[in-house]
Design a protein around this ligand. Structure first.
Ligand SMILES: [Zn+2]
Length: 169
């Protein structure tokens, strides 16, 4: 993990490893949601390369319709930073955010979103609405998608497969 001895001139685009490590954390969070029968989605917020929030979906366990992983993680991150603006932050989430979470990301002035699997049903970033492209809502969020997508999608598929096969919930 040592520091890079030669600071690169092109520092904007993070390399692949930089994106995958936080996504592994988000995937671990997603698996933790299974312990209370919540849909396995996990989210992590990074600020200046440091993880400042790490949460998973808690809708079932808290009976809170807004308790998506992204909302909880952004709340924690804002509390850590002592400000609602998350423009220096990157939100990692295993699944494409819904309209509520994409809206919250705009309201937080989020700097960057990295997500795993597309959500063709409810995704509001790429699949529908394009809420983060700045055209409708007046803030554009840089978006990188497809990181850890296979594992994120498989977690969801097996969750719903098990639920259909008669397990409680
Ligand atoms: Zn959501």
């Amino acid at each position: 993990m040592g520091s890079n001895p030669t600071p690169s001139a092109m520092s904007v685009d993070a390399d692949a490893e930089d994106l995958h490590d936080p996504m592994l954390l988000a995937l671990a969070e997603a698996r933790a949601a299974l312990e209370h029968h919540d849909v396995p989605v996990g989210a992590v917020v990074l600020h200046e390369g440091r993880v400042i929030a790490s949460r998973h979906n808690e809708r079932e366990v808290t009976h809170d319709p807004s308790a998506h992983a992204e909302i909880l993680a952004m709340r924690d991150a804002a509390a850590v930073l002592g400000q609602w603006r998350l423009d220096d932050c990157t939100l990692y989430v295993t699944l494409e955010p819904c309209a509520m979470c994409a809206g919250a990301a705009v309201n937080a002035r989020l700097g960057r979103l990295v997500y795993g699997a597309d959500d063709p049903k409810a995704g509001a970033v790429t699949s529908h609405f394009g809420l983060l492209d700045g055209a409708v809502l007046n803030h554009r969020v840089e978006v990188i998608r497809g990181i850890g997508a296979d594992e994120a999608a498989e977690l969801l598929r097996s969750f719903f497969r098990e639920r259909r096969s008669g397990n409680p919930r």
